[in-house]
Design a protein around this ligand. Structure first.
Ligand SMILES: Cc1cc2nc3c(=O)[nH]c(=O)nc-3n(C[C@H](O)[C@H](O)[C@H](O)COP(=O)(O)OP(=O)(O)OC[C@H]3O[C@@H](n4cnc5c(N)ncnc54)[C@H](O)[C@@H]3O)c2cc1C
Ligand code: FES
Length: 283
């Protein structure tokens, strides 16, 4: 962990345009020793600073095991920080503090199968899970990804899907709509539509889901109706953040702080909170 309050300079090494508004940036810390010691778990995030503009929490979309010489963030342009980042070029610098948060529970040893359910930019914090599966494939059983986006052009990481499939990961795709003139042979409809064709079953399976909160509330409801229990479903929550280290209270939900206790929570844990999160559908 870096000094929790001091952004360290990191340089943009590569820029990959994923969609019209979303880009994957490859970074490395300016200081070689910092980069060497930078270790993180799938599902953790960094606070990314654009000097003179501001700071935003962004999930780490790469996996430490794949290449510890760099790390990646996949960012959608929505406001001040992300629009300023979108104007930057290879060689420009940002500030990074982190890694923060809990990450996905990949070390629950007795569970073998994974069901990943993602919507839109929500695939970014799940990509390191997929990479972890590819890195130590023998530790996992059936791994299935259900991924939905608004249109085919808004799907992230399409160049990697074939590689994921070759690693034995079941990849099922759906889009809300197919614009005229676009060829699409996947499903059309919201991501929960894929539940009808999925291979995953509740036994011996952990579910990780990330996407818009309304999507995740339908996902947990659909899975609970199919026999999954809240203890086996993990969600990654988004809240506005300032400090990222449980000091300012900005991200607080009852007794929990999304920055430190999350962003990944067991759905069962959310059901114990005084405030309703994801509709409390299994309560
Ligand atoms: C743990 C975590 C991980 C994340 N990972 C990613 C990721 O991998 N990739 C990614 O692209 N994003 C990610 N986000 C979301 C990202 O942090 C936000 O979109 C962030 O607001 C972007 O900062 P910005 O300055 O560009 O936008 P902002 O200027 O903060 O604006 C973002 C949007 O929020 C609205 N807004 C502004 N102020 C408020 C307010 N006070 N209350 C409510 N809404 C407001 C704006 O109108 C705009 O639509 C993550 C968030 C969290 C908490
Ligand atoms: S962001 Fe400050 S307490 Fe979580």
């Amino acid at each position: 962990m870096l000094n929790p309050f001091k952004p360290e300079k990191a340089v943009i090494r590569e820029i990959i345009h994923e969609t019209a508004d979303t880009t994957t940036y490859t970074f490395s810390f300016s200081e070689a020793n910092l980069q060497k010691g930078f270790r993180y778990h799938p599902g953790q995030f960094n606070m990314l600073t654009i000097f003179g503009i501001g700071e935003a929490p962004i999930s780490i979309s790469s996996n430490n095991n794949m290449d510890s010489g760099v790390f990646q963030h996949t960012v959608r342009r929505v406001g001040n920080v992300t629009n300023a980042l979108a104007k930057m070029k290879v060689g420009d610098s940002v500030g990074i503090r982190g890694p923060y948060g809990t990450g996905w529970p990949l070390n629950v040893l007795e569970v073998k199968n994974l069901l990943l359910v993602a919507g839109g930019i929500g695939l970014a914090p799940l990509r390191p899970v997929i990479q972890e599966v590819m890195y130590r494939r023998q530790d996992f059983g059936q791994v299935e990804l259900l991924y939905g986006a608004r249109t085919p052009g808004e799907l992230l990481y399409t160049r990697e899907f074939e590689q994921w499939r070759q690693a034995g990961i079941i990849v099922r795709l759906t889009v809300d709509a197919v614009p005229e003139g676009v060829t699409w042979d996947g499903s059309v409809g919201v991501v929960t539509k894929l539940f009808d064709e999925m291979s995953s079953e509740p036994f011996d399976t952990l579910v990780f889901t990330c996407g818009p909160e309304i999507m995740m509330s339908f996902v947990v409801r659909g899975l609970v109706n199919r026999g999954f229990v809240p203890e086996q479903i993990y969600v990654s929550l988004e809240r506005r953040m300032n400090c990222g280290v449980k000091k300012c209270g900005k991200c607080q939900i009852g007794p929990k702080f999304v920055c430190r206790d999350g962003p990944v929570f067991a759905y069962a844990e959310l059901l114990t909170l005084p405030e309703e999160v994801l509709g409390g559908v299994a309560g």
